[in-house]
Design a protein. Sequence first.
Length: 104
Amino acid sequence: MNAELNSVWKISDSARSTYTEDGAVVLDIEKGQCYGLNIVAAKIWSSLESNESGIVLQDLVNALQSTFNVPHKELEADIAEHLGKLEKMGLVHRSTFRQAHASS
């Protein structure tokens, strides 16, 4: 199984966002960098924002399944890819399920 399936994803504390008709704009206030998110990434971001304590990949997939008319496995792969990109930019971070709940 993918490591993403056992991870809890959260938005980094330094990220601030605003939404546009084309997606979203995210500012990393620590780095002073601004990022544009397309509509798909913006929907993922919105779901992450709605779950301040973190969210697992399957819950993201379930939340977005009705928005995107694609097969479940394809949506799961697309969301995992977007999360990986956001993580590389430092906008989100993940912890294992046990770590996330042990620190709560």
